[in-house]
Design a binder for this molecule. Sequence first.
Ligand code: ASP
Length: 366
Amino acid sequence: MKIFISKILLASAFIVSISNFAISAEISDSASQSKANIAILGVGGTIAGQAQSAAQVVGYKAAALSVDDIVKTIPEISSIANISLCEQIAQIDSKDMTDFIWLTLAKRVNQLLSQDDIDGVVITHGTDTMEETAYFLNLTVKSDKPVILVGAMRPNSAISADGPRNLYNAVVVAGSKNSKGYGVMVLLNDRIFSARTVTKTNTILPSAFNSIDFGALGYVVENEPKFYNKPVRLHTVDSEFDISKIKILPKVDIVYSYAGTHSDEAVKAFVKFGAKGIIHAGTGDGSIHKSTMLSLIEAKRAGIAIVRSTRVAGGIVAKDKNYDDNFGFISADSLNPQKAKILLQLALTKYQAKDNKKIQELFEKY
Ligand code: ASP
């Protein structure tokens, strides 16, 4: 009798545990359905970096780990999003970024975001040219779904590595419905920045990224993006630039000015090597050393677009009739030289150097 009762108890416990299992499977099914589906694309950088010792933060190898390996070190990510795919687009130190990788990346991001089953994209990237890749994507991605670039200032192997937290936060932002419509964003050190205004301002600190003059878009706090600003310049779905059929971007180079400059030699060399545009990183509000002027005027006459930016970190280069009306130069507004280069490259896919008024309008819109 005793044996019989305990068998019944055992059987009913078994049935209860099966049905518990079914309920919890159902709960976890619906939980994973309510989580956002995020694609993570790897480009390399310090976030994928490895050093010989945990104390080392200089002279390590960037782009050592695959994006898959980095994601595996942060199991907590699976509680905030479904990672639909991890894909390696490139594996480089971002100082070596190329137009080809940008085009490949932009096309892949566009493909992924056109899918209903992808809600956002996170890109792990080196910090050295992150602002440039972010701005290029800001002008060429055709979706209002979130795209977040994330990096680290310390390699993955370091004591207090910042990459894992940054990546976790980037997935939080990419997976939030509140992040739609902000264009491409950059995330480091708990702060969210707009691709257009963000720049790297420090060579070593985890707080290296900032938007000089314009501030961050917001923070990530406790699994939630908190936004306080919204970009007003055109981006993503409102951008007129279409790279879907482009294989090579126009060659645009940057010439830097300084006291005692010989920048005219650099201008002539860039012209000789086929530049279609030159960004002049001038002094102050985009002024040009008198010894460089002639080479720029000649370059413009030879059909090369000339944009005046500045080596100063803040402020704007406004239209100045002495330069722009007189010689057909273009002022960069508040874009730093490396971002002005990107906008000019894309502008030259639509216009020629002689259309400097049209190109100037682009610099006031994007
Ligand atoms: N030092 C760089 C970084 O912080 C390396 C790179 O840009 O790839 O990621």
